[in-house]
Design a protein around this ligand. Structure first.
Ligand code: HEC
Length: 169
């Protein structure tokens, strides 16, 4: 019996640890895209890093396996199922070496998914979602996705992507 309780508690602990690591169950109001669509995004591969001079924000762009192969091979338009994720952090001087800056607070996580069945603004086939950090939680971006489409349309000839594969050697 004792052993059974231990096994049960271990299983429970495992499940609760798993769900604690899950992304919040929220979605973009207009596109309906859930945050949980990119569960596991931390394992996507980095394709580009950017520094936004006006917002003083460090940004990583990651690609899921479908998007990674395409962007690396410069094969545009990106295939169905491609997901590009962008993460933004504020920065702070590194304690042990203040001339270097390091990521401080996570500010937002956003993504684009290639889904031609559900999205076709100007023929782009991308769906957009942004989740903004407020204190300890995230909220969907209140202004909706129209502004994403408007700005990303300026790079329509690159399949609406600003990023290109960052040289690694
Ligand atoms: C005013 C212009 C502008 C708006 C509005 C905008 N973006 Fe972007 N986006 C950019 C630029 C510039 C980059 C590349 C530089 C960077 O990483 O900040 C980018 C990069 C991205 C990337 C990485 C893939 C790529 O295209 O390089 C994603 C994902 C993304 N944006 C999602 C969104 C979402 C979601 C929204 C709306 C909630 C949005 N963007 C709104 C300009 C914009």
């Amino acid at each position: 019996m004792f052993q059974r309780i231990m096994t049960f508690s271990a299983a429970f602990l495992f499940i609760s640890t798993l769900s604690a690591a899950s992304l919040p169950d929220i979605k973009m109001a207009d596109t309906g895209l859930p945050f949980q669509k990119i569960e596991g995004y931390e394992d996507y591969r980095i394709v580009a890093t950017h520094w936004r001079t006006d917002k003083k924000e460090l940004r990583y762009v990651l690609a899921n396996p479908i998007a990674y192969d395409a962007i690396k091979a410069k094969k545009l338009p990106m295939p169905e199922g491609s997901i590009m994720v962008k993460i933004g952090w504020s920065v702070k001087p590194m304690g042990a070496f203040p001339l270097a800056l390091e990521a401080d607070k996570l500010q937002r996580i956003e993504y684009m998914v290639k889904d031609s069945k559900h999205f076709d603004q100007n023929g782009d086939h991308w769906g957009y979602a942004r989740f903004v950090k407020k204190g300890d939680t995230y909220v969907p971006y209140a202004n909706g996705s129209a502004e994403c489409v408007a700005c990303h349309s300026s790079v329509a000839s690159d399949d609406y992507l600003f990023s290109s594969f960052q040289p690694t050697f």
